[in-house]
Design a protein around this ligand. Sequence first.
Ligand code: 13P
Ligand code: SF4
Length: 319
Amino acid sequence: MEEEKTRDYVSEIKRMKTAKNAIILAHYYQTEDIQDIADFVGDSLALSQKAASNDAEIILFAGVKFMAETAKILAPEKKVLIPDLNTGCSLADSCKPEDFKRFIRENPGRTVVSYVNTTVEIKALSDIICTSSNAVQIVNSLPEGEKILFAPDRNLGNYVMKKTGRDIKVWNGTCHVHEEFSLEAILKLKEENPGSKIIVHPECELPVRMVADFIGSTAGLLQFTKQDSGSCYIIATEAGIIHQMKKENPDKKYIPAPPKDSTCGCSECNFMKLITLEKIYKCLKSEKPEILIERKLLADAQKPIKRMMEISKNLVVNP
Ligand code: 13P
Ligand code: SF4
């Protein structure tokens, strides 16, 4: 019965996509069934690049709200749909416009670099945006000696500071998924799986980053498992990415890094997992909820995003 329902949703979604000239863009943290019906699966930079260049009239975004907003900012003439408006993000939610304005006021003379995991209001207050794929590249593109404010992820901010050696003041936000990985459990897994490699998203805490064999964005981690000669990986990011890793190299072993609290499913992003096939079906049918952004706010947020897109246009992000 459940299988039949899924089959019906999948065929109806496919039919409506063609009839309405719609595409589905999905983040790597979506469930496997959603990744499999998407026209394009990627990390936040690749998804932004795809949103900015496609021929569809409708973009249905299977991801979280800030990602759908970014798609709308880059393709304002298109209808951008998101199946659930409650798809927040602990980073975006940690950075409220009033507090952020004060942060900027209290640190004058610094270039404001904001992670894409922010609301449209925060983007509009920023000089340039970055994603985890291009954060180091974006900061390195700024003139030497330029002082920087980085928000909202303190782990990514500290990682970029170390990589670039720049003077960066970091906002104190964290992601509830990436903060939760247990160093102890990761090291135990490494011991139990000789030859395994620990691969880590830069949103993870310093102790976890310190034991990493490789640090990268979701696309970077996927690329690493594809090109590396190893056969077993302990993955410290949201477990959804493992679906693509298995598709690329089914014979390798992928172990999701466990959270500190073994009773919680913290290696899954509860916001990402709010999206379901049923919600996608309903959303495409009713063409609601739609992402709408007031014209001036959109224009203000577009400038720093376009600046990032220009710098990153030659970055290979979709392995
Ligand atoms: P990516 O930039 O790797 O897609 O990461 C986005 C994100 O939300 C990580 O938690
Ligand atoms: Fe936000 Fe963390 Fe979810 Fe990524 S995994 S969308 S940073 S809450």
